[in-house]
Write a protein that binds this ligand. Sequence first.
Ligand code: AMP
Ligand code: GLY
Length: 427
Amino acid sequence: MNVLLLGSGGRESALAWKMAQSPMVESLFIAPGNPGMKAYGNCVSVDWKDRHALAHFCTAENIHMVVIGPEDPLVEGLADYFAESPELSHIHVIGPKKEAAQLEGSKDFSKEFMRRHGIPTAGHRTFTSDQLEEAKHYLTTIDGPYVLKADGLAAGKGVLILDNLADALHEMDAMLGQAKFGAASSRVVVEEFLDGIEFSVFVLTDGKDFMLMPEAKDYKRIGEGDRGLNTGGMGAVSPVPFVDSEVKKEVLSNIIAPTIRGLAHEKMDYVGFIFFGLIHTAKGVKVIEYNCRMGDPETEVVIPRVDEDLIPLFIDAATKKLLTRPMAQSEMAACTVMQVSGGYPEAYEKGKPISGLDMDIEGVLVFQAGTKERDGQIVSHGGRVLCATGMAPEASTALAKAYERLDQIEFEGVYRRNDIGVDLGLR
Ligand code: AMP
Ligand code: GLY
């Protein structure tokens, strides 16, 4: 079959790498992709926002399946567009409809969903822009740290954690009063602060059954020792040592199963991945957030550990024939480390030639993210430029291999965290 993958990051690179190995895939198209993804399929410059062009492309290339990588198209209803267009409705779309994508697209929606279904999460209150004074008064009645979240999508920047009340009041003014995050902060969710260690689990679901995938832990802050600004993610490891069979059992019965039952009960059409952002607290595992897609860079460690063909699973999900069982997974550990442009996640320069891409270390995959081709050369074109995923029976060996490969790759201003996995005793 002919498959179209939407996206251009490290996540989509890992998905493309995996799908390209399926004997069921005749042609894999990636829109827009990046230079590294040319090894896996045909990169095409179709913009998902131009629905007419996308529909035309799918018809002209006889596309049977569309896999949607990032959250924006999902939250904006791209899956609904396919389902509602007579000439596209036969195409299997991997990614939830707009309503269900609100699990990520609206913090308030996801908190209310969890409340309705008894899923453990931080307590919360939601305030709208006409409730600024009430919101500020509420802050004075609770203890810090204060967790303020823009309700809508804010490219990973919409969560603020503030230690003192004055800063919290100031930020509430900025978010709710002055639309710091535009429409995304026209509603603000104030959450109880949860203390613990974070990890993520992933499932593929058809909205009634689900397949559990390998878990991962990512490293969100730019600085070593988990300091500094939040990023999209600077590295990830899978498996996660403290996620033992007891923790998995708790997550399955208290979080994943009730979430899927909740989707089915509310008749929300969900075909695709769910990313459960979790925190292991003294009072058990709780949900920090849902995402309606895979994580980046979590995908770069989770997908290489998946030991079966994704395409038949995608077909089962799209035709609502999925069976609840764990996805086959490799015993090998995977660790990935991101190489980013100096300055990221704030201002950074692009267009720096990248050397060392042609080298190789056995057991390491390089997934490009923010790259582009200029005059026959690959140059940096984003904050997160590329990552290397090492695989080995021991996680510490996998991590060492990833670093060894990144030592070969250079560009001006390159930065990475050298402490990925240190907290887990892997380095
Ligand atoms: P989110 O975008 O909801 O995943 O939040 C981004 C990050 O903020 C999370 O990965 C956590 O590190 C942190 N965070 C979010 N909510 C809470 C909370 N209620 N308590 C403590 N930390 C939180
Ligand atoms: N790495 C976190 C995310 O993809 O949302």
